[in-house]
Ligand binder design. Structure first.
Ligand code: NAD
Ligand code: WQD
Length: 347
């Protein structure tokens, strides 16, 4: 149970079979941590976990359970006794959250409370939560810093904000469990091996997975949601971050909380805004393919520009994002071309 050197931990990764969680499992195993996954496979499969073990030559423990039902994972946590939890398990579709808010509050808010409560009772020392830049809502002054007002505009965003607040309130009375709230900007890309990546079910709602499917011929063109924003080229500006940089920010946060316990809320992005039109041209340059586009109306709920002030996390940890947009596109394309049907093998 005792650690062999500072930095080696037993980490439970909830949602570990998902897009970001699977990359986190890989990095944790690569850096010498022990890993267990809690997932109900609602939005994922076993295959990425098999590949994580194959890529690292190490094995991870698995608890097939549901964060909405503490009795489905309590005994596992008592037996496995994690020192840290990275809590990725959750639902993330904005449109689905409008149609089924109950699911989003049950999974993202009650589920987070359940995991935190069991974590506390088994003596977990640090808890990292996947929040989102979406908590900032519509009125944004860029770069957005963590003190900016939060006013999410949909149930998904509100569920993330409520869960953040639940964790801060728990920390206030139970400071023995440190809490890291990480607000992700726009995670994209894939593992450099081309073996792990994002595998959205149905039509992707997000820009980069959609663009990758246009490039591979699944869709005839990319819809650009508005080119009349008050930005340099009229298209929306976001802070894209390579998924491997994003998961490395979690490892850095675990270390920081180990050295200095407490509660932190940090943006995770590159701190740089890139427009939709720029992403299209980077994609075309890197892949040497052409991406037909069609400009359509703006999408409801979109802001013109969002990018992070990442001064807090970079000052408190040794972390900064290492990978630029070219690498994001290169790795996304490697994943997409090697796995045209995602993790499901073509029959
Ligand atoms: P994902 O859907 O790929 O992964 C989420 C995982 O959680 C899946 O494996 C899913 O099966 C699992 N899960 C869902 N409900 C569960 C439940 N009730 N019990 C146990 N497991 C359950 O999503 P992702 O992109 O990897 O996102 C991970 C986290 O990061 C989510 O909490 C998401 O809200 C947050 N986040 C994602 C983004 C993004 O753009 N991808 C941005 C900001 C925040
Ligand atoms: C990026 C830009 C679009 C698709 C969403 C969630 C957020 C977070 C990350 C989880 C915008 C434009 C998009 C397309 C386009 N997820 N676009 N054509 O909206 O910044 O954030 O994902 O927490 O909560 O809201 O990301 O990738 O959907 O859009 O022109 O087909 O691309 O208008 O400017 P977004 P996105």
């Amino acid at each position: 149970k005792s650690r062999m050197y500072v930095g080696e931990m037993r980490v439970l990764v909830t949602g570990g079979a998902g897009y970001i969680g699977s990359h986190a499992c890989l990095r944790l195993l690569e850096t010498g941590h022990e890993v267990a996954v809690l997932d109900n496979f609602r939005n994922s499969q076993m295959e990425p976990l098999r590949r994580v073990q194959q890529l690292t030559g190490k094995s991870l423990a698995l608890c097939e359970g549901d964060v909405r039902q503490p009795e489905s994972f309590e005994a596992f946590l008592e037996a496995w006794h994690p020192e840290s939890i990275i809590h990725f398990a959750g639902l993330k579709s904005v449109s689905e959250s409008v149609a089924r808010p109950e699911d989003y509050y049950a999974t993202n808010v009650q589920g987070t409370l359940n995991v935190a409560e069991v974590a506390r009772t088994v003596g977990v020392r640090s808890f990292i939560f996947s929040s989102s830049a979406t908590v900032y809502g519509a009125q944004q002054e860029v770069p957005v810093d963590e003190a900016a007002e939060t006013s999410p505009v949909n149930p998904y965003g509100r569920s993330k904000l409520f869960a953040e607040q639940v964790l801060r309130d728990i920390h206030a009375v139970h400071p023995e469990m440190s809490v890291g709230v990480l607000r992700y900007f726009n995670p994209v890309g894939a593992h450099v091996s081309g073996k792990l990546g994002e595998d959205p079910t149905g039509t992707p709602a997000n820009l980069m997975p959609y663009m990758a499917r246009v490039a591979s011929g699944v869709y005839p063109h990319l819809n650009i949601y508005g080119d009349d924003y008050a930005t340099s080229d009229g298209t929306g500006i976001r802070d894209y971050i390579h998924v491997v940089d994003l998961v490395d920010a979690h490892l850095a946060t675990l270390e920081a909380l180990d050295v200095e316990p407490g509660v932190v809320t940090w943006n995770v992005g590159r701190g740089e805004g890139v427009s939709v039109a720029e992403m299209v041209s980077v994609f075309e340059r890197v892949t040497r393919l052409s991406i037909p586009v069609q400009v359509t109306d703006r999408r409801d709920g979109d802001v013109a520009t969002s990018f992070a002030n990442v001064g807090k996390i970079t000052a408190a940890t040794k972390w900064t994002a290492q990978r630029g947009v070219e690498e994001m596109v290169r790795d996304l394309w490697k994943w997409q071309s090697a796995n045209p049907t995602g993790y499901t093998l073509e029959s």
